[in-house]
Ligand binder design. Structure first.
Ligand code: SF4
Length: 376
């Protein structure tokens, strides 16, 4: 199937309502717009609250002053442009500055902006850094979307990494199974490449990015099946986005359907306070309520996800809440000394990020417990 990419709202298909096109043209002056003919065809314009339209079509509210361009402080962990090393065992390579569409709530809008130099250019430098750091066992290719690269280009990245002994896992973060599943179903060479890398002893994980069950079309399901047949493992990540999956019903349906397809829900992210995101973010405590209620409605296999916030200091999991306090734990810490750190915070229903909690009731109350298992 021929997929046409649309970067200019003026080229949207005829059925697009004029109000939506007008909003897109205004917002595009600040934040890029990108979609494609397949993804646009999933929109139900008869529904004013259509989740697919909400995900891809610009809204004037994006122009509200809110958030920042680098909400997770990625610049702090940037070794060279396009190479990040935040967690001991994982390096991240930003290999593309294009996606199959642009999610309106994207936290890496900076990658798509003119004059930004966020994408990896010095592959040799990146590979040499990874070679020198034995602790790196995982490399995540991300961007933008690595599957927007031609298969030959993707091969050059994977081949550069495959000979590094201590790198055991290669992850590819991609929303292409949702935005353009034909990229997978119609490119046998891509699937053969994945098989070849796996046959060389590396495990490939495709980190998919389905946000709503309506993205799981027959074509997307076929792409998932073909990817799994290569031997790659799949796992899904999504933020909770207002109007897309911000109800327990929408989220549980997504969890359930993914589990039927053999794709475990992995991380459910707190929407990052990125510029333009005020209308898409859900406060942490409301999001946690949605997440837990959704989990209560599905089987064990469908509820393997964690609700996390990708904070500058680490991946912080929300683990519980009572009437007065909310409980969090460092699932991944940028600084090893924070690993497993437990936080008890006074509740704040308006908090969107850790920094919005101004009262830490207790920090690491489990400290003595951990130490009782540690060396004498
Ligand atoms: S797929 Fe990821 S990087 Fe691309 S626009 Fe969506 S959120 Fe941003």
């Amino acid at each position: 199937m021929e997929i046409k990419y649309i970067n200019n709202p003026k080229n949207l298909p005829g059925e697009t309502p004029s109000a939506a096109m007008e909003a897109a043209e205004i917002v595009t002056e600040t934040y890029q717009f990108r979609s494609n003919s397949y993804y646009q065809s999933l929109i139900n314009w008869d529904d004013p609250e259509d989740p697919i339209a909400r995900l891809i079509m610009p809204e004037i509210a994006e122009l509200n002053e809110w958030g920042r361009l680098d909400p997770s402080g990625e610049h702090n962990y940037t070794i060279l442009p396009g190479l990040e090393h935040k967690y001991n065992s994982t390096a991240l390579m930003l290999v593309s500055n294009v996606c199959g569409g642009i999610c309106r709530y994207c936290f890496r809008k900076r990658v798509f902006m003119k004059g930004q130099d966020a994408v990896l250019r010095d592959i040799k430098g990146a590979v040499s850094y990874i070679k020198d750091h034995q602790e790196i066992t995982n490399v995540l290719l991300t961007g933008g979307d690595p599957l927007m690269l031609g298969t030959g280009k993707l091969r050059s990245y994977l081949e550069a990494l495959v000979d590094i002994d201590h790198v055991k896992i290669l992850r590819i973060g991609s929303k292409m199974p949702a935005f353009n599943p034909f990229r997978i179903t119609e490119d046998k060479e891509l699937r053969d490449l994945l098989k070849e890398i796996i046959s060389k002893g590396k495990q490939i994980y495709i980190m998919t990015h389905f946000n709503h069950v309506r993205e799981l079309t027959p074509e997307a399901k076929k792409a998932i099946r073909l990817l799994r047949e290569t031997g790659a493992e799949l796992a899904n990540q999504t933020p909770i986005i207002r109007g897309v999956n911000s109800t327990p019903e929408a989220l549980s349906e997504l969890f359930r359907e993914l589990s039927f397809l053999g794709v475990p829900p992995y991380y459910i992210f707190q929407c990052r306070p990125a510029s333009g995101n005020s209308d898409y973010a859900v406060p942490i405590e409301e999001g946690y309520g949605i997440f837990e209620t959704a989990r209560a409605q599905v089987s064990g296999l469908a509820k393997r996800a964690r609700f996390v916030m990708s904070h500058m200091t680490g991946k912080i999991e929300v683990v519980g809440m009572d009437r007065e306090k909310i409980y969090m734990k460092y699932h991944r810490a940028a600084d090893d000394k924070d690993s497993g750190l437990f936080l008890v915070l006074k509740r704040n229903s308006k908090a969107y990020w850790l920094d919005d909690y101004d009262e830490i009731h207790d920090k690491n109350p489990l400290d003595s417990l951990y130490h009782s298992y540690g060396p004498e």
